[in-house]
Design a protein around this ligand. Structure first.
Ligand code: HEC
Length: 135
């Protein structure tokens, strides 16, 4: 076999080997990423399912209770009334997160709700907790 074709074979072999390595690396990276995603959403899900006491404590800590109560109207509507109103909406949690962070107006009366300085994660937890209050 001429020398050049030996080199050629070697080059092809190395090319193939590189391809295999790349494929293995991609597969590994993919499964690591998938695992990270799965565990992140598991953690999120359990973090978002607050007990009633935890939800109430968070609402208190984030100053929601200055304007809201669980079961009666204050400056804003009761959390139970809110839960009831959006009970049939698939995107209730998303909508409520938006209102918490950006504020809202015109849904319950003349007084608007100013956007609240809470993290996305806390807003999610609060939204899920509020939704859980429906009877
Ligand atoms: C300064 C008073 C005030 C504070 C503080 C406040 N809210 Fe409100 N909130 C209101 C008022 C007033 C409304 C009714 C707005 C309207 O009519 O659209 C309201 C409405 C809402 C609604 C229903 C929105 C809709 O469109 O139906 C949600 C959910 C809500 N508040 C959650 C919260 C949460 C959670 C907090 C704490 C992070 C909070 N609010 C803090 C005054 C407040």
């Amino acid at each position: 076999m001429p020398l050049t074709s030996k080199f050629f074979n070697l080059a092809v072999w190395m090319g193939a080997a590189k391809g295999v390595c790349l494929a293995v690396a991609l597969t590994l990276a993919g499964s690591v990423a998938a695992q990270t995603l799965a565990s992140a959403s598991d953690a999120e899900r359990s973090a978002q399912a607050l007990s009633h006491a935890e939800g109430l404590a968070l609402a208190k800590a984030r100053a929601c209770l200055g304007c809201h109560q669980v079961d009666s109207k204050r400056v804003g509507p009761s959390f139970q009334a809110i839960a009831q109103r959006y009970a049939d909406r698939n995107d209730a949690a998303l909508y409520i997160v938006q209102v918490i962070r950006k504020g809202g107006r015109g849904q319950w009366g003349a007084v608007p709700m100013p956007g609240q300085a809470v993290s996305e994660q806390d807003a999610q937890k609060l939204a899920n907790w509020i939704i859980s209050l429906r009877k």
